[in-house]
Write a protein that binds this ligand. Structure first.
Ligand code: BG6
Length: 521
């Protein structure tokens, strides 16, 4: 199969962008954004309550928000500012990472406003514009606004157009206006292109911040530190030494309560198209010239352009759907018994694919990506599994328990890095067995890692786009996944797997056919 589009589009550096190599600021010092206001659409949703509002409070608590800051909620409810304030306060008390401090909350609460309205009503957006103008005068937010669309993508167009009509999308010079969008960015290449066209017709690309919250995780950013700050790994980071790469995102939770979003979407669209392909791109890309956003994006775009599914797809992919089973000591229902899912749903809750990366560095090295709900336990990791030593000067019985060397980047929950290699078992005989050498964030550093959303919201307010995928990355990811999704759509149903196990038999068959085995995290 030939890649559908291998042209590489290098995004231009945004105006005013400084070359990091010439920027002499001490980058260890925290940067605080200038005056600004954040408007959240979809404030009553789960994401806003569990992640966005707590992250904004955590930033305030860490002293990383400007004094001239405002938070505006926009929703249909007939609420006063105080009612919205209460919702934010509850969300903060329940979900914030840092301790609740009354003085921090009081300061934040002074800048909280609510605008009642619906997306299709021009007058509501008129009220929003008035509220923001007042906040500029009262709180000195400086006419800088971020619009966070924590809403279904089908509403993006209406909201963007309303923002355009009120003039909020294109502010006067020296003020900024940014839009933040959450996945799903479409459900295939064509719909992603349409969505990008809608958003870009109102907001220029440099004002669009697409959230992939995996890029806000410390351990994901550490992929770059590990690869490019050390001499040790890069020499073996290629097809001379690496046999294959496995990227696993396993979850133990089920999909109860998420039917509205998930039914008809499935595991591949939900997380492979975005989180796992971003992890793959960071693992496989070449060294960027520097860490400016356009250099980093250029390398990710290059590697995604060179990536495609291995063929034939009936041999190199697997998908599954969980059935009832046991998760620890709890009896859990299967997907078809979960509320809201249709009884004949063929939505996959497990997906595994094999990719090839057609570059000199990676030719011949399969990248296996797998994800699933209701699996044995929650774990996300990237494992580089190395080839066997070309010659073992031992009797075969001495190395019977020696596996392949592996370097495992543990993304979560036990964040760190493991190096797995063979070591002599103590005793008078020679016997070699696998052992682990571990680095763990929690014991190496005293600092807690911030939540992904803290980092991403802060970067967005600073206008720092490195950790946000650009539209070309999104489209290339769909180009990689679309053939797999089309193949699945034409070929029956996902295979059942019992909750609490590691996926359907077909996933094990798939990797065995290619002479490898899934790791048991
Ligand atoms: C989201 C997916 O993007 O990531 C969810 O839509 C998934 O289905 C979640 O549960 C996992 O995020 P995390 O940070 O808990 O690994």
């Amino acid at each position: 199969m030939s890649p559908q589009n291998t042209s590489v589009e290098i995004t231009a550096a945004p105006a005013g962008w400084r070359n990091p190599l010439r920027d002499k600021r001490d980058k260890r010092m925290p940067r605080i954004p200038g005056p600004c206001g954040v408007v959240i659409f979809g404030v009553t949703g789960d994401l806003a309550r569990k992640k966005l509002m707590p992250a904004i409070y955590d930033l305030a608590n860490r002293g990383l928000l400007p004094a001239n800051f405002a938070l505006v909620g926009f929703a249909r409810r007939d609420w006063a500012d105080e009612d919205f304030g209460k919702l934010v306060c509850e969300a903060v008390r329940q979900h914030a990472r840092t301790p609740y401090r009354q003085e921090v909350w009081d300061r934040l609460a002074e800048g909280i406003r609510f605008v009642q309205g619906t997306f299709d009503d021009e007058k509501s957006f008129g009220r929003l514009a008035e509220t923001l103008e007042k906040l500029d005068a009262e709180r000195g937010t400086g006419g800088n606004h971020a619009f966070y669309l924590s809403i279904p993508p089908k509403a993006f167009q209406t909201v963007c157009e309303q923002l355009q009509k009120t003039g909020l999308a294109r502010p006067q010079q020296d003020r900024w206006s940014r839009v933040v969008i959450e996945k799903p960015f479409g459900h295939d290449l064509q719909s992603a292109q349409e969505l990008n066209a809608v958003v870009n017709s109102v907001f220029p690309e440099e004002s669009v911040f697409r959230i992939d919250h995996y890029l806000g995780k410390e351990t994901v950013q550490n992929i770059l530190a590990l690869r490019f700050a050390n001499e040790l790994y890069e020499p073996v980071w290629n097809n001379n030494y690496v046999d294959h790469v496995q990227i696993t995102m396993a979850e133990d939770i089920g999909l109860g309560g998420r039917a509205g979003y998930y039914d008809g979407v499935g595991a591949a669209r939900d997380v492979i198209q975005n989180h796992l392909l971003q992890l793959m791109a960071l693992t496989a890309m070449e060294e960027p010239v520097n860490f400016s956003p356009h250099e980093l994006q250029a390398e990710k775009i290059k590697v995604l352009s060179a990536t495609q599914p291995m063929l034939p797809l009936d041999q190199t992919t697997a998908r599954g759907q969980y059935t009832a089973g046991w998760q620890g000591s709890e009896k859990v229902p299967g997907l078809l018994e979960e509320e809201g899912f249709s009884k004949d749903s063929i939505t996959e809750t497990f997906a595994a694919i094999a990719l090839e990366v057609d570059t000199r560095r990676w030719a011949g090295v399969p990248f296996f990506l797998r994800t699933g709900k209701r699996l044995g336990r929650r774990v996300t990791e990237i494992a580089l599994v190395f080839k066997r030593a070309p010659h073992l000067p031992f009797d075969t019985t001495m190395t019977e328990e020696l596996g392949k060397n592996a370097l495992v980047l543990r993304v979560q929950p036990d964040e760190g890095i493991t190096l797995r290699f063979g070591s002599k078992v103590p005793g008078s005989q020679m016997e070699v067995r696998d052992v682990n050498m571990d680095f763990s964030y929690s014991s190496a550093f005293a600092e807690d890692s911030p939540e992904a959303y803290e980092r991403l919201i802060l970067d967005m307010l600073l206008g720092e786009p490195s950790l946000f995928p650009v539209n070309r990355e999104v489209e290339l990811s769909w180009e990689i996944l679309d053939p797999v999704l089309e193949h699945w759509a034409e070929h029956g149903k996902p295979d059942p797997y019992e909750s609490g196990t590691w996926g359907p038999d077909s996933a094990f068959d798939m990797i065995h056919r290619m002479g490898r085995e899934w790791r048991r995290p």
